[in-house]
Structure formats: structure tokens, C-alpha cells
Design a protein around this ligand. Structure first.
Ligand SMILES: [Zn+2]
Length: 276
């Protein structure tokens, strides 16, 4: 009796939680028409709806990046999907991107590449700049759902790790990228924060004047974990321990040993990396 009741409840909650893509797209079409954004094509790439302004074929091609990133990130990191259907707008050039963002968020974009807006429930991309920012921004709503209150270093570290990524043995892997030379320069000049201080930064400080080095250090710390086969295990252990270890410092120490000892070795290793 009790078991039956539980099963019925589980079925009911699953049914009520199933996202209504058809209803969402109908409302989306109405909204876009009202704002004068016509001539767009729309595809479902769960848990996202992807909107393009350069025709069906271009959207089909660009949406492959969305599908690939979502599938690979879910397989290796994220047990939970974003709870709301999010729209991913792929604008085909700078002009259409700026116009679209202005119409949809009533604000001009503050980056030429693309961004995720939780309040607008969407990702807005100038896809002519490449797919890197798209993958970076896809990471953020997943982290929001799967690891609420993740510290900025982890959120941006993962986002920027996968902004330059490839598939190896069926897994998504980050590659070295444009953030490397700045980090190497900062290492040479002794300007890199300790791992402990990086990990304890709140949003205001992480996104402050030194955000460039904070992103780069976070990225290459996670890149180090990836290259030593520890990244997926660390992410899951940190997520599980988060209430007791909000910065991840204790979990990372358990994963790699004394962080004060690791840092100089990591800095020497980063100096050997190359980005072409
Ligand atoms: Zn980001």
C-alpha cells in the first residue's frame, strides 16, 4: 500500500516536472513577433530551445555544438539540468546580436561574444565569433542547477576550461587557450594569488579588477586536475562536501595534497604549457 502510494507520487511528480516545450515555443514565437524579431528558426535541443536568425541549415549546424556540449557535460559532471527551459539565441553577426539583445533584454550587451542572463532566462550569442563562448555560457546554468552556491572560481573555472574544448575517448576535455599567456606572465611576475585566496574569493572580489587573472588561474587549476585524471572526481566530491567546505579548499587538499606545496610545482608546470 505504502509502496504503491510512493510510486504514484513519483509518477505524478515526474509528469508535472516534464518541461512543456510546445507551450514554451508558442509563447516564444508570440514574444519574438511582438518585439519585431521575425525570420528566426527554432529547434529543441533539450534542456534548451535554440533560436537562430540565419536559416534552418545554419541553425542545424550551430545547434550541434549545443547538443554536444550538453550531452558531454551531463555525462561527466552535471546530474541535474536547469529547472526552466532556457533559450539560446544564436545571432549571425555583431549587428543582429546587438539589436537582438537590445530588444530582448532592453539593455546593450557588455561583451561582443555572448553571455548568460538568468533573469532573461536565456543565452545570447554572437555566433560569428565562434562556439567557444557558447560552451562557456552553457556551463553556467548547469552549475546553477547542479551545484547551487558553487564559488565563482569553480563556476568560471569550468566555464572557461570548456570554452576551448574537444572530444577525447568520448569525453569533453579542455585544451590550452588564449588565457594562458596572461597567466604565464603573472606567474613570472609573482602576481598570481595563492590557491587558498583564489578559492575563498566572493563574487565582488572575483569579478573585480583582477578578474582576468582569477579566470585564468581557476581555469588552469582545473586543467591541471583534468590532465592528472582528477577533475571529475574532484567536482563530484566537492559538490557532495559543499555544505562543510564552501570554498572547496578541504576537498582539493584531499584530492591533490598540501596546496601550498602544489602551487610552486603547478606554476612551473603552467610555464611549460603552450598555446598555438
Ligand atoms: Zn563565465
Amino acid at each position: 500500500m505504502r509502496l504503491t502510494a510512493l510510486i504514484v507520487m513519483a509518477a505524478a511528480s515526474t509528469a508535472s516536472a516534464a518541461p512543456d516545450y510546445a507551450g514554451h515555443i508558442k509563447a516564444l514565437r508570440d514574444k519574438l513577433a511582438a518585439k519585431g524579431l521575425t525570420g528566426v528558426t527554432i529547434r529543441i535541443e533539450e534542456p534548451f530551445v535554440v533560436i537562430g536568425d540565419a536559416g534552418e541549415d545554419t541553425l542545424a549546424r550551430d545547434a550541434r555544438t549545443v547538443r554536444w556540449a550538453a550531452d558531454k557535460l551531463e555525462a561527466d559532471f552535471f546530474a541535474k539540468r536547469p529547472t526552466k527551459i532556457l533559450d539560446i539565441y544564436l545571432f549571425h553577426d555583431a549587428e543582429s546580436y546587438e539589436r537582438g539583445v537590445q530588444l530582448l533584454t532592453t539593455d546593450a550587451p557588455d561583451t561582443p561574444y555572448g553571455f548568460y542572463s538568468p533573469s532573461a532566462q536565456g543565452l545570447f550569442m554572437n555566433i560569428s565569433t565562434g562556439g567557444g563562448t557558447l560552451v562557456h555560457e552553457i556551463v553556467h546554468p548547469y552549475v546553477e542547477a547542479d551545484f547551487p552556491d558553487a564559488p565563482p572560481w569553480l563556476n568560471e573555472g569550468l566555464g572557461s576550461l570548456f570554452e576551448q574544448s574537444a572530444e577525447q575517448d568520448g569525453h569533453i576535455v579542455g585544451l590550452t587557450n588564449w588565457r594562458l599567456p596572461g597567466l604565464q606572465h603573472a606567474i613570472v611576475h609573482g602576481e598570481v594569488p595563492t590557491f587558498s585566496s583564489l578559492m575563498h574569493l566572493g563574487s565582488n572580489d572575483f569579478y573585480g579588477d583582477d578578474q582576468g587573472i582569477n579566470y585564468a588561474e581557476s581555469r588552469y587549476l582545473l586543467y591541471y586536475l583534468q590532465q592528472t585524471g582528477k577533475l571529475r572526481g574532484f567536482y563530484k566530491a566537492f559538490r557532495a562536501a559543499h555544505a562543510k567546505d564552501p570554498s572547496g579548499f578541504q576537498t582539493l587538499t584531499k584530492t591533490v595534497g598540501d596546496l601550498e606545496k602544489l602551487q610552486p610545482a603547478w606554476e612551473r608546470w603552467v610555464k611549460t604549457l603552450r598555446f598555438q
